[in-house]
Design a protein. Structure first.
Length: 440
């Protein structure tokens, strides 16, 4: 009889850049909690508007559906700007825990009110809005916590894993919610979303206090005691590379917004196809984003501006074939390539902020970043409606790509002007070729 094997079971080999992360106990504990909450948000893409449709009166469903979708995200911008005086005093771990706990409690009230028969459309909107009030601070705490737990050379890989989890959730979360809705009420799936945030709150609570427990400084970087917004703006003025990547990201997301309106209409009006083709576009984009994000974490040297501008330019380029009437086989492949190109962008952006923001100001700066970006894509989406009605889906998709390429050209030109001005002042320009990740 063969003796039982002893020792540890061998796990599949991980890429070298990721091995130290899974050997790091706090990160290893947090990652499953991040994945759980990401999948909760993924299910919300379907369940939040679907439940709003069920609750809304038949004569005006659009008003309530729009309000519910907005309430799940936009109050986070208000919380970032108005609650900064109090929230910036919290350390990163506590910000993450507080946001996750608030979302868990407020979202859990939805199935409870449904079961009691008291869930009205506006109560639903109020609960969603309350759940998202601290979300910009929670997201800031999430990435500030990673920065405090990990050395600089590990941050890009960690950010890549975390951002890839969010991309993967957009592939599988809506599909899971769609399957569950055929069996149970969407109110109970909102309760499942609440459970995932409870898991995140427990995960954050398990992180031992330490460097992550340092709150933001009380004074602004200019030496005063201004509020969160003005103080953060003072820091952005001192560090133009941060302001530059924030502006680039804002306009990048804004120009992406019309795609969310034009693509469904392109499928239904131009191609005379159904939801299966639309789902294929977004599924392949999301799969590409996951693969691209994971690949970014394995890169050893990654210069900031060439990489960021290349990503934005690549996304703009993949939209141009829509304007030439390319067949679906070509545009679907372009969309998959676009996801692959876009995948590293989020990890790169957060790594830049983590590396070039003083630790005592990181949560505040990230919260302001999150608040600013919350409005960018929705504004672009709102503009996409009338543009698509006026010019047609193909023209809007191609114009979005052309405008994105123009954004890259403008950003590159401004970068050259800034470098020339800095040389004229005999001040060294920021080294945009600086490594964002050292060799693993």
């Amino acid at each position: 009889m063969t003796a039982p094997r002893t020792g540890r079971t061998r796990l599949p080999k991980l890429p070298p850049a990721y091995r130290p992360l899974f050997a790091h106990r706090p990160f290893r504990r947090l990652l499953p909690a991040f994945v759980a909450s990401d999948f909760g948000d993924g299910t919300a893409v379907v369940t939040v508007p679907w439940l709003a449709v069920l609750l809304a009166p038949q004569e005006s469903p659009g008003l309530y559906v729009g309000a519910a979708v907005a309430a799940y995200a936009l109050p986070g911008a208000v919380g970032a700007l108005l609650l900064g005086r109090w929230m910036r005093r919290f350390p990163a771990r506590r910000l993450l825990l507080t946001d996750a706990a608030l979302r868990a409690v407020m979202l859990a009230c939805v199935p409870l009110a449904w079961a009691l028969g008291v869930l009205t459309p506006w109560l639903y909107v109020i609960l969603l809005a309350a759940s998202s009030l601290l979300h910009a601070w929670g997201s800031a705490g999430k990435y500030a916590l990673l920065a405090s737990l990990l050395p600089p050379e590990r941050r890009l890989a960690a950010n890549a894993l975390v951002s890839s989890s969010a991309s993967a959730a957009m592939v599988f979360g809506p599909a899971l919610a769609g399957a569950l809705i055929t069996v149970v009420s969407p109110a109970w799936i909102v309760g499942l979303d609440a459970l995932t945030f409870a898991v995140l709150a427990v995960g954050a609570a398990r992180v031992r206090p330490g460097a992550a427990e340092r709150p933001d400084a009380a004074a602004d970087p200019a030496g005063g005691t201004a509020g969160t917004s003005s103080a953060a703006l003072a820091l952005f003025r001192q560090r133009p590379e941060l302001l530059g990547i924030l502006a680039l990201t804002w306009f990048f997301f804004f120009l992406y917004g019309p795609v969310e309106v034009a693509l469904p209409l392109h499928v239904t009006e131009d191609l005379r196809q159904g939801s299966a083709l639309l789902g294929l576009y977004w599924t392949l984009f999301s799969v590409g984003a996951v693969l691209g994000g994971l690949a970014a974490g394995m890169l050893r040297r990654l210069p900031l501006w060439p990489a960021a501008l290349g990503i934005v330019a690549g996304w703009g380029a993949v939209l141009l074939p829509f304007g030439f009437g390319a067949p679906p086989s070509v545009t679907v492949a372009c969309f998959a390539l676009g996801g692959l190109i876009y995948g590293p962008f989020t990890a790169l952006s957060f790594t830049l902020f983590q590396d070039r923001t003083p630790e005592e100001w990181l949560t505040t700066v990230l919260a302001v970043r999150g608040a600013a970006l919350l409005a960018s894509s929705p504004l672009g989406t709102a503009l996409g409606g009338p543009l698509t009605a006026a010019f047609g889906p193909r023209a809007v998709l191609a114009s979005s790509g052309a405008a994105t390429l123009a954004l890259v050209a403008a950003a590159a030109a401004l970068g050259l002007v800034a470098r020339a001005r800095d040389r004229g002042k005999a001040v060294p320009a920021p080294d945009d070729g600086r490594d964002l990740a050292e060799p693993a």
